[in-house]
Design a binder for this molecule. Structure first.
Ligand code: UGA
Length: 435
């Protein structure tokens, strides 16, 4: 099939490359010339495991191209819109500027019979509004909403083999046809037995935010238990293991630590709350405000622990291990690690930070911090070491070797990713979160 993908960020670039890898002919469009220049040379503009390989082979096949020229979408039968919906400046609501701009440009080149597929995470009600716009501008074209559930770090795998497909389509024959066309786009996943949920626009939009709200709640639940554990001497990691054995609860996403960050969970729960308030249902999701607060309190806790261990931040040498919001990513959007590093520096600490992939992005956002390429350099002469992003490079560090490099053997494990006994045996003062 001939597809277009509007927006070539984390979502769109992976979608375009993965769809071309599946045999479709794909053109990716973005207004960012630097991004398009990189992608056109089969270079991924961000770190995502597996993406460079998929990009290279799709480009070599001749089925994948990238451009800033919207007219290139003419001739495609299906147009995916995968632009960002960041948090608005000064409010919790999602900023739909990029979605609206993408639709305005796209509709200039869409033909009757084409299917436009929204993939961006939007406030419920957006698809119905856009469907009216499409009907007015290109009668005979159809809008579908097909939310994306990919995780950074596993984006290619999640795109090619999703755990479910959700199609929000209009009612009647038009919707049946749109669902059939989406089944063709995702033919390999459908043939492999991936569950397909065909529903209305509002449900499809809500599935996405509800899923992220649930995941965020699960993380804040265990972090709330960590706070209780800290007050009682209990161990939140053992608690998570024990309750996680109940299949109804499950162990995944029950890792206590500095909490969630990234370009999705934090802004999605805030946008969901804002939209619920607009709908007069703010009360229904008021708990998400608490989820957000618990999450942010964990960052305060790490800063407090450093202060507690060093007797004040001023002039203290802190080694920060990790800057990305999670391992296997160079994404620093709403990253707990970068936030904590910046706050320690603001408090007067001398911060040296490292990360296998996120230093260039972190340096742009926080040029005043000192960055080093290796953990060994970061911890040299440190008064305290703080692990915040659980890259294997850091969780596999040898406490004996590291012990020779630091001034004081004190470590805070912000992700409960280290073995406390191993570090204590090697002479370290070890502090975890909630244990
Ligand atoms: C998240 C969702 O998991 C995806 O399903 C969704 O498609 C995506 O948002 C999106 O909306 O686009 P992602 O942001 O890539 O994916 O990251 P996650 O793996 O969900 O991790 C989010 C944050 O939670 C990270 O900072 C991670 O360190 C933290 N986390 C995760 C915990 O603190 N504890 C856990 O047990 C798990």
């Amino acid at each position: 099939m001939r597809l277009s993908v509007i927006g070539c960020g984390y979502l769109g670039a992976v979608h375009a490359a993965a769809m071309a890898g599946l045999g479709h002919t794909v053109v990716g469009v973005d207004v960012d010339e630097a991004k398009i220049a990189a992608l056109s040379q089969a270079r991924a503009p961000f770190f995502e495991p597996g993406l460079p390989e998929v990009l290279a082979s799709a480009m070599a096949s001749g089925r994948l191209s990238f451009t800033t020229d919207f007219s290139a979408v003419a001739g495609a039968e299906v147009h995916f819109v995968a632009v960002g919906t960041p948090q608005s400046a000064g409010s919790d609501a999602a900023d739909l500027r990029f979605v609206d701009a993408a639709f305005a440009s796209l509709l200039e080149h869409v033909s009757p019979g084409d299917v436009i597929v929204g993939k961006s995470t939007v406030p419920v009600g957006t698809a119905a509004r856009l469907a009216q716009l499409v009907a007015g501008r290109v009668p005979g074209a159809t809008l579908a909403w097909n939310p994306e559930f990919l995780r950074e770090g596993f984006a290619v795998q999640d795109t090619v083999s999703p755990d479910r497909l959700v199609y929000g389509v209009p009612s009647g024959e038009e919707g049946v046809r749109a669902a059939r066309i989406l089944d063709e786009v995702y033919a390999s996943a459908v043939a492999a037995g991936t569950p397909v949920i065909v529903t209305d626009y509002a449900t499809a939009e809500l599935v996405k935010v509800a899923a992220n709200a649930f995941l965020a709640t699960k993380i804040s639940f265990i972090n709330a238990m960590a706070e209780i554990a800290e007050a009682t001497g209990a161990d939140v990691t053992q608690l998570a293991d024990a309750i996680g054995h109940d299949a109804r609860i499950g162990r995944r996403f029950l890792n206590a630590g500095v909490g969630f960050g990234g370009g999705c969970l934090p802004k999605d729960i805030r946008a969901f709350s804002a939209r619920a308030r607009e709908l007069g249902r703010g009360e229904s999701v008021r708990f998400l405000e608490e989820v957000d607060k618990i999450n942010l309190r964990r960052r305060d806790r790490v800063v407090d622990l450093v202060r507690e261990e060093t007797g004040g931040l001023h002039g203290v040498r802190v080694a920060v291990l990790g800057l990305a919001f999670k391992p296997h990513s160079d994404d620093i959007r709403d990253s707990p690690a970068l936030d904590i590093a910046v706050r320690l520096a603001e408090g007067g600490a001398i911060v040296t930070a490292t990360d296998p992939e996120a230093i260039p992005n972190a340096r742009r956002r926080a040029p005043h911090l000192t960055y080093t390429d290796t953990a060994a350099d970061a911890v040299a002469d440190a008064d305290i070491v703080v692990l915040i992003t659980e890259w294997p490079e850091f969780t596999n560090l040898d406490p004996h070797t590291l012990g020779h490099l630091v001034t004081h053997k004190t470590i805070i494990d912000g992700r409960n990713a280290l073995n406390p006994d191993a570090w204590r045996t090697a002479g370290w003062k070890f502090r975890g979160l909630g244990r």
